[in-house]
Design a protein around this ligand. Structure first.
Ligand SMILES: Cc1ncc(COP(=O)(O)O)c(C=O)c1O
Length: 368
């Protein structure tokens, strides 16, 4: 079996596994408790908060722990806009955001009467910053654009969008689930006001993530989970000490950064082999992270392959009851139904070798 689905979720690296096992055993006290054990856990949690803040150029007081990027996105978007209705009810996002962002926007449209402008990507899966700027209005309260698209690996022009949001005094949220640690992020340089990250995309445990909120204490945010005052009153519930410490170990580890060049080489190798063998690259030719590559082969049955192969990768399409729909991301970049069904997303990591990719291509060809 060869795992090629690291963008969906990654295994644990040894340093994370070690700390998880140790802390599941030892860190059982409630970190909100006033006794010594509680205070010890709380101190360790605060160190992780600082590690995450440092990795983003933020302050420790601007980081909230959540269960992952989906929850962070919910807290950022619903939390901000519902607490700031008086500022306007217009939001700008894109048509290729992660499903959770689209679901949050549909909810706000339906239940609260927000007006959402959904920006279409260009054919290469990249949003034109000017389209976002042109959509900005007096009543725009929030812009939410992902950093890297999870199906294509395309990098969005968040620096340009951030600058325009800053100039127009509009809050800017970025879903960085796929870019964190793969592209250096400085929230000040990029004018990002809120940023979502997730541990299980960076060799950390599942069920833990974080949201950065600029000037958190001065920003009006409505909690999504009401609780007993944890996380500045924004996210109730006892903090998951082992998961947070595991997250901290994943953030502190430099495996991803150290292997960037290796993965670039793997990506180029794979691209050339795909095209040599009659395949087509759906991902863009520039402005992409090398970790994600979306490809297709004429007459390839991606759903059969994904369901039955020992090569573990993912297909953009979703099966809902009797209907097979192609991925909305692939549809938005202009692929038709057949092309969508011939497409798979491969996500790479340093564990993968060129020989393994060569073998993978052979198997893909068999399915074509
Ligand atoms: C871009 C993006 N946003 C959000 C998520 C959701 O992350 P989580 O599983 O941590 O909720 C994912 C995961 O696939 C993602 O790729």
């Amino acid at each position: 079996m060869l795992y090629l689905d690291f963008a969906a979720s990654s295994p644990l690296i040894p340093s994370v596994k070690e700390i998880l096992i140790k802390t599941l055993d030892e860190e059982f006290a409630n970190p909100s408790s006033a006794h010594r054990l509680g205070r010890d856990s709380s101190e360790k949690i605060e160190q992780v908060r600082e590690t995450i803040a440092d990795s983003l150029g933020a302050y420790k007081s601007e980081i909230i722990f959540t269960s992952g990027a989906s929850e962070s996105n919910n807290l950022a978007i619903k939390g901000y806009v519902l607490a700031n209705k008086h500022k306007g009810k217009h939001i700008i996002t894109s048509l290729i955001e992660h499903k959770c962002i689209l679901a949050i926007c549909h909810f706000l449209e339906k239940e609260y009467g927000y007006e959402i402008t959904y920006i279409s990507p260009k054919k290469n899966g990249i949003i034109d910053a000017q389209d976002v700027i042109d959509a900005m209005r007096e009543d725009t309260v929030l812009v939410s654009i992902m950093h890297v698209n999870n199906e294509l690996g395309s990098i969005q022009p968040i620096e340009l969008i951030g600058k325009a949001c800053f100039d127009k005094n509009i809050k800017f949220h970025v879903d960085a689930a796929q870019s964190y640690k793969k592209i250096a992020i400085d929230v000040d340089n990029l004018n990002i006001d809120m940023l979502s990250i997730s541990a299980h995309k960076i060799y950390g445990p599942k069920g833990i993530g974080a949201l950065y909120i600029r000037d958190l204490r001065e920003t009006r945010i409505q909690p999504v989970i009401h609780g007993a005052g944890q996380e500045y009153g924004l996210r109730g519930g006892t903090l998951a000490t082992p998961l947070i410490l595991g997250f901290g170990a994943a953030v502190a580890d430099d495996t991803i950064e150290r292997n960037l060049d290796n993965i670039k080489k793997l990506n180029s190798f794979f691209r050339s082999k795909v095209t040599e063998n009659g395949g087509i690259i759906n991902s863009p030719n520039s402005d992409y992270i090398p970790h994600i590559l979306n490809i297709r082969f004429p007459s390839f049955d991606a759903s059969q392959f994904v369901a039955n192969s020992d090569f573990i990768c993912s297909q953009g399409s979703a099966c809902s009851s009797m209907n097979i729909e192609i991925s909305y991301v692939l549809r938005e970049i202009g692929l038709n139904f057949d092309e969508g069904n011939q497409s798979i997303r491969v996500s790479l990591a340093h564990e993968i070798t060129q020989n393994q990719l060569q073998e993978f291509i052979k198997n893909l060809k068999k399915g074509a």
